[in-house]
Design a binder for this molecule. Structure first.
Ligand SMILES: Nc1ncnc2c1ncn2[C@@H]1O[C@H](COP(=O)(O)OP(=O)(O)OP(=O)(O)O)[C@@H](O)[C@H]1O
Ligand SMILES: O=C(O)C1=C[C@@H](O)[C@@H](O)[C@H](O)C1
Ligand SMILES: [Mg+2]
Length: 194
C-alpha cells in the first residue's frame, strides 16, 4: 500500500481503553493535531446520551459516520468512538490509515467506566458484564482494522503513550512494524502485519 503524509494515526478499541486520553497525549508528543470523533458529534449535535435517547443508536451512528469522515480528512491523531468500527464504510476507510487498537481487561476497565457518560453501559446493573458482551461482539471487527495492538491495563498511562509515540515514529520512517505494541522494544526489527 502506498503511504502518504495525509495518513492519520487512528486509535480504536472499546469504551474505557484510553483512546481519548492517550490519543490527546500522543498527538501532543508528535506535534500533530488531535481529533476525537465523540467530541465532533457533541459539537455538532449535542450530548451523546441525549442523542441515544432521542435518535436511537442508529441515529447516533449516522452522525458519528460524518464525524469520522471529517476527522480522517484532517489527519494527525484521531480517537474514534468505541463503536465507530461497526460502520462498514469506516472500516474500509481505515485501510488507508495507521490503526492502533487499544485493549483493556474487564477487571481494570471497571473503575474507568463509572459514571453516566456512556449510554450503552447505562442499562442494567452490571456495566462490566455489558461491556464484556459488547467487546466480544466487536472483537473480530477491531482485529480486522488494527495494524498494531497496545494493552492499557498495566502500568501508567504515560508509558503507553511513550510506546505508541515510539511505534509511530518508527512506522513513519517506513521501518518494520510489529503487531504487538507492548512487546515493541523486543520486536523493533519486526515486520508489518498488513
Ligand atoms: N494506563 C492507562 N491507559 C489508559 N487510560 C488510563 C490508564 N490509567 C488510567 N486511565 C484512565 O482511564 C480512562 C480511559 O478513558 P477514555 O475516555 O480515554 O477511554 P476511551 O477509550 O476514549 O473510551 P470511549 O470509547 O468511551 O470514549 C481515563 O480516565 C484515563 O485517565
Ligand atoms: O462503544 C460505543 O459504542 C460507544 C463509545 C463511546 O466512545 C461513544 O461513542 C458512545 O458512548 C458509544
Ligand atoms: Mg473516548
Amino acid at each position: 500500500m502506498t503511504r502518504t503524509s495525509t495518513e492519520a494515526i487512528v486509535l480504536v478499541g472499546p469504551m474505557g481503553a484510553g483512546k481519548s486520553s492517550i490519543g490527546r497525549r500522543v498527538a501532543r508528543e508528535l506535534g500533530l493535531p488531535f481529533t476525537d470523533t465523540d467530541t465532533l458529534v457533541v459539537r455538532d449535535h449535542g450530548p451523546i446520551a441525549q442523542l441515544f435517547a432521542t435518535q436511537g443508536e442508529a441515529g447516533f451512528r449516522e452522525m458519528e459516520r460524518g464525524a469520522v469522515q471529517e476527522a480522517l480528512a484532517r489527519g494527525g491523531v484521531v480517537a474514534l468512538g468505541g463503536g465507530a468500527i461497526l460502520d462498514p464504510a469506516t472500516r474500509t476507510d481505515l485501510g488507508a490509515h495507521h490503526v492502533v487498537l487499544l485493549t483493556v481487561s474487564p477487571q481494570i476497565v471497571k473503575a474507568r467506566i463509572q459514571g453516566a457518560r456512556r449510554p450503552l453501559l447505562a442499562d442494567g446493573d452490571d456495566p462490566v458484564a455489558r461491556w464484556e458482551a459488547i467487546v466480544a461482539s466487536r472483537s473480530a471487527l477491531y482485529a480486522e482494522v488494527a495494524d498494531v495492538t497496545f494493552d492499557t491495563s498495566h502500568g501508567p498511562l504515560a508509558l503507553v503513550v511513550k510506546d505508541i509515540v515510539s511505534w509511530a515514529r518508527h512506522m513513519r520512517e517506513g521501518r518494520g512494524i510489529p503487531a504487538n505494541g507492548n512487546a515493541w522494544d523486543a520486536l523493533s526489527e519486526g515486520t508489518e502485519t498488513k
